[in-house]
Design a protein around this ligand. Structure first.
Ligand SMILES: Cc1cc2nc3c(=O)[nH]c(=O)nc-3n(C[C@H](O)[C@H](O)[C@H](O)COP(=O)(O)OP(=O)(O)OC[C@H]3O[C@@H](n4cnc5c(N)ncnc54)[C@H](O)[C@@H]3O)c2cc1C
Length: 383
């Protein structure tokens, strides 16, 4: 692959840059982990959608723009460089969306994807349970067939922004005799259905967008099942691949943080240089962010040639989560005690630092990713 942009790609970059310059909100949006901020982000998503910049890689008939992976990288580079708002519907757009493209029926795609692209429907991921986090095959929430419906009972936990979302997707045990990864079905459930209770969980930053979801005889029609009944594990593994792979955390996000970190260091150089290691650590994380971007281009080159990346998405997940942690840790050290102040021009570093703690946990804990790399890529014996 040659890293030279075509005139069409350059024109797309210019269009995105200009649109963002004209439409970025004058004031930063409030945190999407608050009700008001969530709705502000939904309105922003609608603006992106109207400009056909919400899901640039999706087909036009499903609310996208039909771009290729390189154009997607270009979009992401411009989006983050402009300091545009964080994307609020990632569970839907980046995890369930690609899953539906691959496994959904035509009716499901037409019903859900355009509403997801416009964020008219916001989605939560309902996989984790109190005894099924890393060990997801231990899922015990049940979906029992009753005529054309499933009747769902059980509990999910750690569901990001489920407190505000409209729908959730999750795995449920549809064969009561089954165990582990057999007999699970992948269902989409409206969160306003009778029998659904959502209870907030407070996160480190004090906000209550996280939630546990309780299902008490909740009925959903059979047509809400993605893939075949009992084959949900296979579909879920595809979703997990999207979550760990490139789409959820594009390198542009980390390149922007790395650039901001360099500025933070320069603005505080006198105090930061009291620890001589800080300057070289800033240089290292900046280089790591560039390296992640180059590896993303390499991966995109391979995907464009029709290759699959499979278990390698676990490497990706470890890189972005540890890089995010290292950059925010460094920002806190540069800022010193000031870094702990909220509501200052630097307080986004504290928010980012708190959220970065979760990177090695969500999307599958990094220990599990290391197991996957050891067993499936390096062929080491199972632990
Ligand atoms: C910010 C955040 C957002 C999240 N959002 C969602 C969401 O939207 N939807 C959702 O369904 N879930 C979500 N989760 C849950 C997340 O997917 C789980 O926390 C994660 O899968 C780990 O599961 P657990 O918490 O049950 O930890 P456990 O599985 O109990 O693991 C605890 C520790 O033991 C280690 N461990 C466990 N088994 C092994 C093993 N075999 N080998 C080596 N080490 C092991 C783990 O790596 C971890 O360090 C979110 C979590 C966070 C922190």
């Amino acid at each position: 692959m040659e890293l030279i942009y075509t005139p069409k790609q350059q024109a797309f970059r210019t269009e995105v840059r200009q649109w963002l310059a004209q439409h970025l909100p004058a004031e930063p949006l409030q945190s999407y982990d608050t009700r008001e901020g969530f709705e502000q982000h939904r309105a922003w998503e609608r603006q992106l959608f109207d400009a056909r910049l919400s899901m640039v890689m999706w087909p036009t008939e499903l609310g996208g723009r039909g771009c290729d992976l390189i154009e997607w990288l270009i979009f992401e580079e411009e989006y983050y460089a402009a300091g545009a708002p964080m994307r609020v519907n990632q569970n839907g757009q980046l995890l369930l969306g690609p899953t539906l493209m691959e496994f959904g029926t035509e009716a499901q795609k037409n019903r859900f994807l355009p509403a997801m692209a416009s964020s008219e429907q916001m989605w939560a991921q309902a996989w984790s349970e109190p005894n099924a986090g890393s060990d997801m095959a231990a899922i015990s929430s049940k979906a029992v067939r009753d005529g054309d419906d499933y009747v769902i009972n059980g509990q999910k936990t750690w569901s990001t922004r489920a407190i505000f979302a409209d729908w959730c997707f999750g795995l449920f045990r549809s064969d009561p005799q089954s165990s582990r990864h057999h007999g699970l079905s992948y269902l989409m459930v409206p969160l306003d259905a009778p029998g659904v209770t959502i209870r907030p969980i407070k996160a480190l930053n004090g906000k209550e967008a996280f939630a546990e979801i309780f299902f008490d005889n909740v009925r959903v029609p059979q047509e809400n099942c993605i893939g075949e009944e009992g084959q949900g594990w296979k579909v879920a593994m595809a979703t997990a691949g999207f979550e760990r792979g490139l789409l959820l955390r594009s390198p542009a996000r980390f390149q922007k943080t790395a650039r901001d970190l360099v500025q933070l260091y320069l603005a505080n150089q006198a105090s930061a240089d009291r620890d001589p290691a800080i300057a070289s650590r800033v240089a290292k994380v900046w280089s790591d962010a560039q390296a992640y971007a180059l590896s993303a281009y390499y991966t995109v080159g391979r995907l464009s040639r029709g290759e699959k990346i499979g278990a390698e998405s676990s490497i990706n997940k470890i890189i972005w989560s540890e890089l995010d942690l290292a950059m925010h840790q460094l920002a806190m050290e540069i800022l010193g005690p000031q870094g702990e102040l909220t509501q200052t021009q630097n307080s986004h570093w504290l928010e980012g630092f708190l959220f970065a703690q979760a990177g090695p946990i969500y999307a599958g804990a990094n220990e599990i990713q290391r197991n996957i790399i050891a067993e499936r890529m390096l062929g080491l014996p199972k632990s």
